[in-house]
Write a protein of this length. Sequence first.
Length: 328
Amino acid sequence: MFETLDTLSLSFAREAFDATSGTVALWLNGFMIAYLIFFSIQLITKGQGSPYEVGSKLALFVVAGLFLNTGALWMEWIVFPARDSVTGVAVKIAALSGEVSASGFPELIDAVEKEVFVVLKIARIAINGAGIVGQFSASFGSLFLIIPFLFAWFLFVGFLLEAIFKFMAITAIGPFVVGALLFNATKGFARDSMRIFFSGITGILFMAVAMGFTIAVIKEYVGVLPNPPTYEEVERFFWSGDYFAMVLIGCLSVLFHIIARQMATSVAGVLDSQIASQALLGAGGFAAAKALSGAKAAGRKGGEGLRAGARAGADLARRKIGWGGPNP
């Protein structure tokens, strides 16, 4: 799925770039002609204007037109090298063992998934091997173990998808970014766009560091088990000191992923890119709030049922044995 998503994002970005580059190029040609006319009038009537300034401005127009008319330069010289180099470094950081044949987003996902899902394998062995009596303890212990690592994995994938979208979005509006660089009034738009692009790069690197730490923890505490482990070995591991240490550091890994995202946005200088992290955490908070609300509602319903039962029992006692207690 991630390979398809990555391929489609690049294809869509390239098509969007090609669809808008021609229009932006026409605009820039019009601005260049108007600039030359304005400079000529100023030079003839007032003797103002620097040939060096005009030459440098025209050179920028030519370079911008080259990028707009040949989208391959933008893709091959900037987008693809940035993506490949960053994901290659991220794979080396996150995948502390095993070999990865390429350096793209799908390979990064596969490398991390291979290591994190070892925890799920241990939990499955514990549940399948336990008897009827022990399945409750095994299920509870497995859930207690896998939740922090699955949440960290969820954050990692979510922020990686955010980076894919940033690369796609900035590439798609690339013609406008290139055109905005030529004018003082629109340079802020171009700078902000490049910050967003850079925040995608730094986000991948910092998240890879956080996930690399998570994988190192898994290897440290699960590496003592044989591969594949037996039920007896997993049973000895559960509720041991290594088990609780692994759960604790799994919770810390979730915190490190959140901090890593904040560090990436701080380095890139993009404040609004924390929306994804707030959405991911907000989803978990909403689920917890709904669960708590449901528990409170169930408690109220249960209390009302108990009171109704007590009243019915008292009425029955009065009718059958003539008990004269107070009517609740």
